[in-house]
Design a binder for this molecule. Structure first.
Ligand SMILES: [Zn+2]
Length: 179
């Protein structure tokens, strides 16, 4: 089901985080050799905490949406597949919310690995132009399109959740879009 060779899916990024930051030196695909230094303890701790929070949020979201959901699989690899399969019977709006949550987590995984360029792959939710730049100190992306600024000339900022929701909504044909 999932594109095995695609490193940009939320699941692939989560796997990469775990493999590269929590188990340094481990061979990922049989022949891979890690040449970089072992990540420092604070980095490993923050990645560990990020993964823990990711799993917790995904689990709570699924349980709230589908109280009868099967127990969460132990493997991190199966987390998003489990979320989807346990909620695929829900209405379109709730499936969209699930997809946006998964997508937003994927953006968080990427940013934790310093892949700031992922933000540039999205149009601004406000003006639909390619004008977004990540501002880590704001934990948000700024739109530099001056026509997107408010009446006082203040730039618009967009959270990862807003960018993810907008991205998912744009994938859905207008006829199926939840209102
Ligand atoms: Zn904009």
């Amino acid at each position: 089901m999932t594109a095995a060779g695609d490193d940009s899916t939320p699941a692939a990024r989560l796997r990469l985080l775990q493999a590269e930051f929590l188990q340094p030196g481990r061979e990922v695909h049989g022949e891979r050799v890690t040449t970089s230094a072992t990540p420092s303890a604070p980095i490993r701790l923050s990645v560990y905490e990020h993964i823990r929070a990711t799993v917790e949020e995904a689990t709570e979201h699924t349980r709230a949406a589908a109280p009868e959901a099967a127990p969460r699989p132990r493997g991190l690899d199966e987390l998003y597949g489990w979320m989807r399969s346990e909620t695929e019977h829900l209405d379109a709006a709730r499936q969209q919310a699930r997809d946006a949550l998964i997508y937003r987590q994927g953006l968080e995984h990427a940013l934790l690995m310093d892949e700031v360029s992922v933000i540039r792959q999205h149009v601004c939710p406000g003006c639909s132009t390619w004008s977004l730049f990540w501002r880590p100190e704001r934990k948000a992306a700024v739109c530099v399109n001056r026509y997107c600024a408010d009446d006082d000339g203040m730039s618009s900022y967009w959270t990862l959740a807003q960018i993810a929701r907008d991205h998912i909504a744009r994938q859905i044909p207008a006829a199926r879009r939840a209102t």
